[in-house]
Design a protein around this ligand. Structure first.
Ligand code: ZN
Length: 249
């Protein structure tokens, strides 16, 4: 686990060393944007492995399935920046970068209030699906796959979004909006019900948060499992030998 934390630390710090040494030029906005987006992916990749190790005490760290999970987490973290294209209504990188300069606050997928909102929504959906086998016993297989997918998605999206937002926050701060508004420019910001944009995060806080989020999330899942999960998880059909019981949440 310490080794993975070390890899994560390198993944956080090394890109900034390259930027500060002018290996990756900030003057070339295209290269910088692509490099910055890839960095989000690399940080999410190691954060996911770090989380899984803390949560399951894996002995075989570099298994195929774990790497696939980590790659998916990295993909989610990279794809968040697509909201810049959606807000600018263009796939031209120059237009997007110019639009970003004028943007008040951050585009919608960079809203950190979305993280608990999505997690709670998926959690409610999961709880609801776990009652479904009583009503639809023939669909156990599909429900089982859906529950497993959601159980994976909840921590995966939390890590993908949190790591992305925290890295972006070094330059632009964290944004919390509790009211969805289509227009994010300065003239319309008063329409937001609640809007908070923090100052840029200090670098040491960025590193500390990224190092502590995966084990803290793993610990929360463990505490929840210990307090609320009994042996069987999918209501009523736990005896079905064809499927393993659903674990985690
Ligand atoms: Zn971003």
């Amino acid at each position: 686990m310490i080794l993975i934390a070390f890899y994560l630390l390198i993944a956080c710090v090394f890109p900034d060393i390259l930027i500060n040494c002018d290996v990756i030029s900030k003057k070339n906005k295209y290269i910088f944007a692509i490099f910055d987006n890839l960095t989000h992916g690399i940080i999410a990749f190691f954060s996911w492995i770090y989380y899984r190790e803390a949560e399951s005490h894996l002995h075989e760290i570099w298994s195929f399935s774990l790497i696939m999970e980590a790659l998916l987490c990295a993909f989610f973290s990279c794809i968040i920046d697509i909201d810049h294209f959606i807000c600018a209504k263009s796939f031209n990188i120059k237009t997007v970068l110019d639009y970003r300069q004028d943007l008040y606050g951050r585009p919608f997928l960079h809203n950190s209030a979305l993280i608990p909102f999505i997690a709670i929504l998926l959690f409610i959906l999961l709880k609801w699906l776990k009652f479904m086998p009583k009503l639809l016993p023939k669909n156990y297989g599909i429900l089982y796959l859906l529950c497993n997918a959601i159980e994976f998605l909840i921590p995966c999206l939390i890590i993908a979004m949190a790591t992305h937002h925290i890295r972006d926050a070094i330059r632009r701060g964290l944004t919390f909006k509790f009211f969805l508004c289509r227009n994010f420019n300065l003239n319309n910001h008063q329409r937001h019900f609640f809007f908070l944009n923090t100052n840029p995060l200090p670098y040491f806080l960025y590193i500390t948060l990224l190092i502590f989020i995966p084990p803290c999330l793993a610990l929360s899942v463990k505490i929840y499992s210990f307090l609320f999960i009994q042996q069987s998880h999918l209501s009523g059909i736990s005896q079905n030998s064809k499927y393993k019981p659903i674990h985690l949440i």
